[in-house]
Design a protein around this ligand. Sequence first.
Ligand code: PEP
Ligand code: MN
Length: 338
Amino acid sequence: MIVIMQTGSTRADIDAVLERLKEYDLQGHLTVGAERTVVAVVGATIPPTLREEMEHFRGVKGTVRITQPYKLVSREVRPEDTIVDVRGVKVGGGSVAVIAGPCSVESEEQIIETARVVREAGATMLRGGAFKPRSSPYTFRGLGELGLKLLAQAREETGLPIVTEVMTPGDVDLVARYADMLQIGARNMQNYQLLEEVGRTGMPVLLKRGLSATIEEWLLSAEYVIAQGNPNVILCERGIRTFETATRNTMDLNAVAVAKRRTHLPVIADPSHGTGKWYLVEPLALASIAAGADGVILEVHPDPDRAKSDGGQSLNPENFAALMPKIAAVAGAIGRGR
Ligand code: PEP
Ligand code: MN
């Protein structure tokens, strides 16, 4: 349920609403938007008489039932786009973010060189995995804390904010000490303890869609983070598993457009994992922007043939640099900045 406050309502009016909700063991999440101030009411059971009761409170304009199972992520609660600030880089609200970097941090030389070339080409953030979820236990699983230190060094040298994956609730404190945005990988989209733990940090969270997750399940996972009082969630479509074998995954651009309609959160796309092939990254990156994505996350490696993970889907610096003006052109064609 949403309690819509009158334009002239006071802080005391809002507090009275929040206080009453607390008495019912419900949570009230205050959203102050450009157009209206609302209190989104969430909890296991909302008493049937609550709507009427709330409508009698001073400063309350009315109430509306939230029809979707997810509440705080819904556009019903907040019609305008949320803009997530990642160390000064704003994602959502009309601009197009480009996050670029290797699948895994492999060495000082590799990450610093990548950071320099992607920044030079106009990337707004650096990605790189230090803790890697790999399908086989015998493949490279990341440098761990050393990888985080190298990312922090790359940030120091280039000024780019860094995004990196955290795989377990126990690692959240450690990764949060280095990262500017915490990535929740596709395989962990429904790790609810992890979602709550990153929610408690208050830091920006990049939430990838699970390999077989419906859009509704994906949005409900975002709800877990926001329910902890952390509204800084960016959704990422990264391809889903289908019957098709010609590509690693199937980029679901429907999901970008559907999510943009249903939620106020920024939505970005990952055509590297979505296609699995470097030569398909460009067309799908451009298509993602055209479909309304607030940005893309792209794997870039200085020498893809020698990458320790996902080399086949990584752009080399030249191809990345050639793609950037095309992203700007598509963004411009649909009235978005770059
Ligand atoms: C990654 O970004 O390198 C990654 C492992 O992505 P995903 O969780 O989408 O597979
Ligand atoms: Mn990867």
